[in-house]
Design a protein around this ligand. Sequence first.
Ligand SMILES: Nc1ncnc2c1ncn2[C@@H]1O[C@H](COP(=O)(O)OP(=O)(O)O)[C@@H](O)[C@H]1O
Ligand SMILES: [Mg+2]
Length: 353
Amino acid sequence: MATVQLNNVSKSYGKSRTVHDINLTIEDKEFMVMVGPSGCGKSTTLRMIAGLEDITTGQLVIDGRDVTDVSPQKRDIAMVFQSYALYPHMTAYRNMAFGLMKTTRLTKPEINTRIHEAAEILHITDLLDRRPKELSGGERQRVAIGRALVRKPKVFLFDEPLSNLDAKLRNRMRAELKRLHAELGLTVIYVTHDQIEAMTLGTRVAMMSKGRLQQLGAPMELYMKPANTFVATFIGSPEMGLIPCKSSAGKIGHNAFIQEIAIGNDLPNDIIIGMRPEEMTITQHGMARGRVERTELIGAEALVEVALGEHHVVIKSPVMGAPEIGDDVGVDFDLARMRVFDAASGHAIWPQA
Ligand SMILES: Nc1ncnc2c1ncn2[C@@H]1O[C@H](COP(=O)(O)OP(=O)(O)O)[C@@H](O)[C@H]1O
Ligand SMILES: [Mg+2]
């Protein structure tokens, strides 16, 4: 069993606070992804969990035990970094054995068994005699993961482990991490700035911005019901179209709209509606009208950017019959999927939770 609980965890460097009151529980065998733009405090949070940074205020509990002030070695956690951090003069085997020899009382044969087990899982058995410079980026990352696996820690922490790999290898390692998690029943906290990694790997995703937790939920929950406009535009590509509108008497109007949309709810006057590219259709008449500003063929589909008044939305459209730049088109919205945000705060107000 391994659960990790952050209770009101904050971090300050001098007078500036970089992580604000994070409350988060990672369940046993969960793959928790913390995602957010560069500088939002992901690594700092992970390093506090690992014990590499002091927790300024708040509490960290692992398996019911308060480890806020416990040294990193005694937290039973292993961390894998973007930079691999392998010892260059040691073979892959030695890299994996080194920590075990230093920090455990395992015998040589026991260590040998663990390394061979991990190597088999990671398909690096043939590479154990090589030094890091004789390995490709992907192979080095496998060794770095192997070094964490052999320790059999309660919790695995990953800080952007795939960022240094090319796109193809990144996809393959992503699938492999998913398999490792499922097969070995690992508890994982995984940090990335890449929303696709977050969506594909996470059993749950914790979205951060400016040192604060913005939303916590299953990937599709963040996609379908983002808590605010920040999450709405960070998750999903091309990004969700946001259209500032006025509302009165339960109806939504906009200068590009032909018809007002009734949603029968008490709304503030200034709202923003959010529609994803696949939730809008280009039609002849449409609920709104606009001008095509840009089109892009992406294989089976076209992405069509339409200006609705001064605001642009991107619409996924079949390639056949896709409009051309300058065309005046109608746009229909899938109203069942429409989201409404308060323009002042950015918070979601519709659909209600
Ligand atoms: N040792 C440090 N001293 C001062 N500020 C730091 C230190 N480490 C990180 N920061 C600041 O904390 C913020 C969050 O950094 P970080 O956790 O690395 O973000 P992320 O991993 O999400 O990119 C950044 O603004 C960064 O400059
Ligand atoms: Mg970082």
